[in-house]
Design a protein around this ligand. Structure first.
Ligand code: AMP
Length: 286
Protein backbone atom coordinates (compact mmCIF):
# COMPACT_ATOMS: atom_id res chain seq x y z
CA UNK A 1 0.00 0.00 0.00
CA UNK A 2 1.28 3.46 -0.91
CA UNK A 3 1.47 5.72 2.11
CA UNK A 4 -0.82 8.73 1.91
CA UNK A 5 0.87 12.10 2.30
CA UNK A 6 -1.15 14.54 4.41
CA UNK A 7 -0.65 18.20 3.51
CA UNK A 8 -1.93 20.85 5.90
CA UNK A 9 -0.66 23.88 4.03
CA UNK A 10 -1.42 25.21 0.55
CA UNK A 11 2.29 25.49 -0.21
CA UNK A 12 2.93 21.84 0.62
CA UNK A 13 -0.08 20.60 -1.34
CA UNK A 14 0.85 22.71 -4.36
CA UNK A 15 4.38 21.38 -4.39
CA UNK A 16 3.16 17.76 -4.25
CA UNK A 17 0.56 18.27 -6.98
CA UNK A 18 3.03 20.08 -9.24
CA UNK A 19 5.48 17.21 -8.90
CA UNK A 20 2.77 14.78 -10.01
CA UNK A 21 1.93 16.81 -13.07
CA UNK A 22 5.58 17.45 -13.93
CA UNK A 23 6.05 13.67 -13.98
CA UNK A 24 3.37 13.59 -16.70
CA UNK A 25 0.83 11.86 -14.45
CA UNK A 26 -2.89 12.55 -14.55
CA UNK A 27 -4.11 13.91 -11.24
CA UNK A 28 -7.64 13.40 -9.90
CA UNK A 29 -9.23 15.30 -6.99
CA UNK A 30 -12.06 14.17 -4.71
CA UNK A 31 -13.16 17.12 -2.53
CA UNK A 32 -14.93 16.14 0.71
CA UNK A 33 -15.91 17.46 4.12
CA UNK A 34 -14.79 14.16 5.66
CA UNK A 35 -16.83 11.61 7.61
CA UNK A 36 -16.30 9.36 4.60
CA UNK A 37 -19.01 6.94 3.55
CA UNK A 38 -19.31 4.56 0.60
CA UNK A 39 -20.40 7.51 -1.56
CA UNK A 40 -17.08 9.27 -0.99
CA UNK A 41 -15.25 5.99 -1.52
CA UNK A 42 -17.04 5.34 -4.82
CA UNK A 43 -15.70 8.69 -6.04
CA UNK A 44 -12.16 7.75 -4.99
CA UNK A 45 -12.52 4.50 -6.94
CA UNK A 46 -13.78 6.37 -10.01
CA UNK A 47 -10.80 8.72 -9.69
CA UNK A 48 -8.39 5.81 -9.48
CA UNK A 49 -9.89 4.30 -12.61
CA UNK A 50 -9.39 7.53 -14.58
CA UNK A 51 -6.22 9.01 -13.08
CA UNK A 52 -2.65 8.01 -12.20
CA UNK A 53 -2.63 9.76 -8.84
CA UNK A 54 -5.63 10.51 -6.63
CA UNK A 55 -5.77 13.46 -4.26
CA UNK A 56 -8.60 14.04 -1.79
CA UNK A 57 -9.39 16.96 0.45
CA UNK A 58 -11.06 17.07 3.84
CA UNK A 59 -12.24 20.55 4.72
CA UNK A 60 -15.44 21.45 6.53
CA UNK A 61 -15.94 24.69 4.67
CA UNK A 62 -17.40 27.32 7.00
CA UNK A 63 -18.50 29.66 4.19
CA UNK A 64 -21.10 27.19 2.94
CA UNK A 65 -22.86 26.99 6.32
CA UNK A 66 -25.48 29.54 7.31
CA UNK A 67 -25.37 31.24 10.73
CA UNK A 68 -27.98 28.86 12.21
CA UNK A 69 -26.66 25.69 10.55
CA UNK A 70 -24.64 22.76 11.89
CA UNK A 71 -21.03 23.90 11.27
CA UNK A 72 -20.02 23.49 14.92
CA UNK A 73 -21.45 20.02 15.30
CA UNK A 74 -20.80 18.75 11.76
CA UNK A 75 -19.61 15.14 12.25
CA UNK A 76 -15.85 14.71 11.99
CA UNK A 77 -13.77 11.52 11.97
CA UNK A 78 -10.36 12.50 10.66
CA UNK A 79 -8.37 9.43 11.73
CA UNK A 80 -10.93 7.02 10.33
CA UNK A 81 -11.25 9.04 7.12
CA UNK A 82 -7.47 8.90 6.66
CA UNK A 83 -7.47 5.13 7.07
CA UNK A 84 -10.32 4.69 4.58
CA UNK A 85 -8.83 7.02 1.99
CA UNK A 86 -5.37 5.52 2.28
CA UNK A 87 -6.79 2.00 1.94
CA UNK A 88 -8.51 3.09 -1.29
CA UNK A 89 -5.24 4.35 -2.74
CA UNK A 90 -5.47 8.11 -2.16
CA UNK A 91 -1.88 9.33 -2.33
CA UNK A 92 -2.32 12.98 -1.39
CA UNK A 93 -4.67 14.37 1.23
CA UNK A 94 -5.20 18.10 1.63
CA UNK A 95 -6.53 18.89 5.10
CA UNK A 96 -6.06 22.60 5.70
CA UNK A 97 -7.21 24.68 8.66
CA UNK A 98 -9.87 27.35 8.23
CA UNK A 99 -7.17 30.03 8.69
CA UNK A 100 -5.09 28.48 5.92
CA UNK A 101 -8.01 28.54 3.47
CA UNK A 102 -9.50 31.85 4.58
CA UNK A 103 -6.84 34.25 5.85
CA UNK A 104 -8.34 37.39 7.35
CA UNK A 105 -9.25 40.09 4.87
CA UNK A 106 -10.50 37.93 1.98
CA UNK A 107 -13.29 39.61 0.01
CA UNK A 108 -13.46 37.65 -3.26
CA UNK A 109 -16.31 35.23 -3.92
CA UNK A 110 -17.49 33.06 -6.77
CA UNK A 111 -21.23 33.39 -7.38
CA UNK A 112 -22.86 31.34 -10.10
CA UNK A 113 -25.74 33.67 -10.84
CA UNK A 114 -29.10 32.19 -11.68
CA UNK A 115 -28.19 28.81 -10.16
CA UNK A 116 -26.97 29.67 -6.66
CA UNK A 117 -30.45 30.64 -5.48
CA UNK A 118 -32.27 27.57 -6.76
CA UNK A 119 -33.15 24.35 -4.84
CA UNK A 120 -30.93 24.21 -1.73
CA UNK A 121 -29.68 27.73 -2.49
CA UNK A 122 -33.18 29.06 -1.87
CA UNK A 123 -33.40 27.60 1.63
CA UNK A 124 -29.70 28.04 2.36
CA UNK A 125 -28.79 31.60 1.27
CA UNK A 126 -25.06 31.90 0.58
CA UNK A 127 -24.52 28.13 0.60
CA UNK A 128 -23.58 27.78 -3.05
CA UNK A 129 -21.44 30.90 -2.98
CA UNK A 130 -19.42 29.15 -0.30
CA UNK A 131 -19.33 25.90 -2.28
CA UNK A 132 -18.28 27.53 -5.57
CA UNK A 133 -15.65 29.64 -3.83
CA UNK A 134 -14.04 26.77 -1.96
CA UNK A 135 -14.09 24.48 -4.99
CA UNK A 136 -12.49 27.21 -7.12
CA UNK A 137 -9.80 27.61 -4.44
CA UNK A 138 -9.21 23.84 -4.32
CA UNK A 139 -8.91 23.73 -8.12
CA UNK A 140 -6.31 26.51 -8.03
CA UNK A 141 -4.32 24.79 -5.29
CA UNK A 142 -4.44 21.24 -6.69
CA UNK A 143 -4.84 22.00 -10.42
CA UNK A 144 -6.37 18.57 -11.01
CA UNK A 145 -6.94 17.14 -14.48
CA UNK A 146 -10.27 15.74 -13.26
CA UNK A 147 -12.44 16.32 -10.18
CA UNK A 148 -15.06 13.91 -8.87
CA UNK A 149 -18.43 14.85 -7.35
CA UNK A 150 -21.48 12.88 -6.26
CA UNK A 151 -24.90 13.09 -7.92
CA UNK A 152 -26.22 13.13 -4.34
CA UNK A 153 -25.62 16.90 -4.42
CA UNK A 154 -27.28 17.50 -7.79
CA UNK A 155 -27.51 21.30 -7.54
CA UNK A 156 -23.85 21.45 -6.52
CA UNK A 157 -22.98 19.47 -9.66
CA UNK A 158 -24.88 21.93 -11.87
CA UNK A 159 -23.17 24.89 -10.20
CA UNK A 160 -19.67 23.47 -10.45
CA UNK A 161 -20.12 22.47 -14.07
CA UNK A 162 -21.33 25.98 -14.89
CA UNK A 163 -18.48 27.62 -12.94
CA UNK A 164 -15.88 25.49 -14.74
CA UNK A 165 -17.41 26.33 -18.10
CA UNK A 166 -17.85 30.05 -17.43
CA UNK A 167 -14.38 30.55 -15.94
CA UNK A 168 -12.57 28.24 -18.41
CA UNK A 169 -11.15 26.06 -15.67
CA UNK A 170 -9.07 23.27 -17.23
CA UNK A 171 -10.61 20.45 -15.23
CA UNK A 172 -12.88 17.59 -16.26
CA UNK A 173 -15.87 17.20 -13.93
CA UNK A 174 -16.87 13.57 -13.35
CA UNK A 175 -20.10 12.76 -11.52
CA UNK A 176 -20.66 9.49 -9.65
CA UNK A 177 -24.08 7.95 -8.93
CA UNK A 178 -25.77 8.18 -5.52
CA UNK A 179 -24.69 5.40 -3.16
CA UNK A 180 -27.52 4.22 -0.89
CA UNK A 181 -27.97 2.14 2.23
CA UNK A 182 -29.64 -1.25 1.69
CA UNK A 183 -33.06 0.29 2.48
CA UNK A 184 -32.63 3.10 -0.04
CA UNK A 185 -31.56 6.00 2.20
CA UNK A 186 -28.88 8.03 0.42
CA UNK A 187 -25.63 7.85 2.38
CA UNK A 188 -24.77 11.16 4.01
CA UNK A 189 -22.64 12.48 6.84
CA UNK A 190 -25.81 13.99 8.28
CA UNK A 191 -27.42 10.54 8.69
CA UNK A 192 -25.24 10.34 11.82
CA UNK A 193 -27.64 12.83 13.48
CA UNK A 194 -30.67 10.52 13.11
CA UNK A 195 -32.01 8.29 15.88
CA UNK A 196 -33.72 5.00 14.97
CA UNK A 197 -37.20 6.49 14.55
CA UNK A 198 -35.90 9.40 12.47
CA UNK A 199 -33.85 7.00 10.38
CA UNK A 200 -37.09 5.20 9.44
CA UNK A 201 -38.94 8.47 8.81
CA UNK A 202 -36.14 9.62 6.50
CA UNK A 203 -36.97 6.79 4.09
CA UNK A 204 -39.89 8.86 2.79
CA UNK A 205 -37.41 10.81 0.64
CA UNK A 206 -36.47 7.76 -1.38
CA UNK A 207 -40.03 6.38 -1.30
CA UNK A 208 -41.38 9.57 -2.88
CA UNK A 209 -38.69 9.51 -5.56
CA UNK A 210 -39.43 5.86 -6.36
CA UNK A 211 -43.09 6.70 -6.73
CA UNK A 212 -42.24 9.43 -9.22
CA UNK A 213 -39.89 7.09 -11.07
CA UNK A 214 -42.59 4.39 -11.28
CA UNK A 215 -45.17 6.85 -12.64
CA UNK A 216 -42.69 8.22 -15.17
CA UNK A 217 -41.83 4.66 -16.23
CA UNK A 218 -45.57 4.05 -16.68
CA UNK A 219 -45.76 6.99 -19.08
CA UNK A 220 -46.64 10.04 -16.96
CA UNK A 221 -44.89 13.08 -18.49
CA UNK A 222 -46.54 15.92 -16.61
CA UNK A 223 -44.24 17.32 -13.93
CA UNK A 224 -47.11 18.80 -11.92
CA UNK A 225 -48.79 15.42 -11.55
CA UNK A 226 -45.49 13.73 -10.72
CA UNK A 227 -44.77 16.32 -8.03
CA UNK A 228 -48.26 15.90 -6.58
CA UNK A 229 -47.70 12.15 -6.31
CA UNK A 230 -44.32 12.63 -4.63
CA UNK A 231 -45.78 15.14 -2.19
CA UNK A 232 -48.53 12.69 -1.25
CA UNK A 233 -45.88 10.42 0.24
CA UNK A 234 -44.78 13.28 2.48
CA UNK A 235 -48.33 14.05 3.51
CA UNK A 236 -48.46 10.48 4.87
CA UNK A 237 -45.22 10.98 6.85
CA UNK A 238 -46.05 13.93 9.08
CA UNK A 239 -42.77 13.75 11.01
CA UNK A 240 -40.85 14.89 7.94
CA UNK A 241 -41.05 18.59 7.08
CA UNK A 242 -40.73 19.02 3.34
CA UNK A 243 -38.44 21.82 2.18
CA UNK A 244 -38.84 21.41 -1.56
CA UNK A 245 -39.98 18.80 -4.05
CA UNK A 246 -39.12 19.96 -7.55
CA UNK A 247 -38.71 18.66 -11.06
CA UNK A 248 -36.15 20.75 -12.93
CA UNK A 249 -33.76 20.82 -15.83
CA UNK A 250 -30.56 19.26 -14.42
CA UNK A 251 -28.32 21.96 -15.94
CA UNK A 252 -30.30 25.15 -15.40
CA UNK A 253 -32.22 23.98 -12.31
CA UNK A 254 -35.31 25.68 -13.78
CA UNK A 255 -38.64 23.87 -13.34
CA UNK A 256 -39.84 21.81 -16.30
CA UNK A 257 -43.47 21.10 -17.13
CA UNK A 258 -42.88 18.01 -19.22
CA UNK A 259 -40.27 15.39 -18.36
CA UNK A 260 -39.98 13.81 -21.84
CA UNK A 261 -36.54 15.38 -22.38
CA UNK A 262 -35.23 14.06 -19.06
CA UNK A 263 -35.35 15.87 -15.72
CA UNK A 264 -33.93 16.05 -12.24
CA UNK A 265 -36.39 15.20 -9.47
CA UNK A 266 -34.94 16.77 -6.33
CA UNK A 267 -36.23 16.72 -2.78
CA UNK A 268 -35.12 18.13 0.56
CA UNK A 269 -36.72 17.85 3.97
CA UNK A 270 -36.14 18.05 7.68
CA UNK A 271 -36.41 15.18 10.16
CA UNK A 272 -36.20 16.99 13.48
CA UNK A 273 -33.49 19.58 12.84
CA UNK A 274 -31.59 17.42 10.34
CA UNK A 275 -31.83 18.50 6.73
CA UNK A 276 -31.62 15.68 4.20
CA UNK A 277 -31.60 15.75 0.40
CA UNK A 278 -32.07 13.18 -2.33
CA UNK A 279 -32.80 13.07 -6.06
CA UNK A 280 -33.22 10.94 -9.15
CA UNK A 281 -32.62 11.65 -12.82
CA UNK A 282 -35.48 10.80 -15.17
CA UNK A 283 -34.18 9.58 -18.54
CA UNK A 284 -34.69 11.43 -21.79
CA UNK A 285 -37.46 9.57 -23.64
CA UNK A 286 -37.59 11.65 -26.78
P1 AMP B 1 -19.39 15.90 1.41
O1 AMP B 1 -18.31 15.35 2.27
O2 AMP B 1 -20.76 15.67 1.94
O3 AMP B 1 -19.12 17.29 0.94
O4 AMP B 1 -19.34 15.00 0.09
C1 AMP B 1 -18.17 14.90 -0.68
C2 AMP B 1 -18.51 14.37 -2.04
O5 AMP B 1 -19.07 13.06 -1.90
C3 AMP B 1 -19.56 15.22 -2.76
O6 AMP B 1 -19.23 15.30 -4.13
C4 AMP B 1 -20.83 14.45 -2.53
O7 AMP B 1 -21.79 14.67 -3.54
C5 AMP B 1 -20.32 13.03 -2.55
N1 AMP B 1 -21.23 12.14 -1.83
C6 AMP B 1 -21.64 12.22 -0.54
N2 AMP B 1 -22.53 11.26 -0.26
C7 AMP B 1 -22.71 10.56 -1.40
C8 AMP B 1 -23.52 9.44 -1.77
N3 AMP B 1 -24.35 8.85 -0.90
N4 AMP B 1 -23.43 8.99 -3.03
C9 AMP B 1 -22.61 9.59 -3.94
N5 AMP B 1 -21.83 10.63 -3.65
C10 AMP B 1 -21.88 11.11 -2.41
Amino acid sequence: MIRMKICKTIQEMRAECRAVRRAGQRLGLVPTMGRCNEGHISLVRAARAKCDVVAASIFVNPTQFGPTEDLGKYPRSFERDCEMLEREGVELLFAPTVEEMYPAGGTTWVTVEGLSDKLDGRSRPGHFRGVATVVAKLFHIVEPDAAFFGQKDAAQVAIIRRMVRDLNMPVEIVVGPIVREADGLAMSSRNAYLDDAQRRQALVLHRALLRVQALADAGERNAGRLIAAGREEFAAEASMRLDYFEIVNAETLDPVEDVSGGALVAVAGYVGSTRLIDNILLANRR
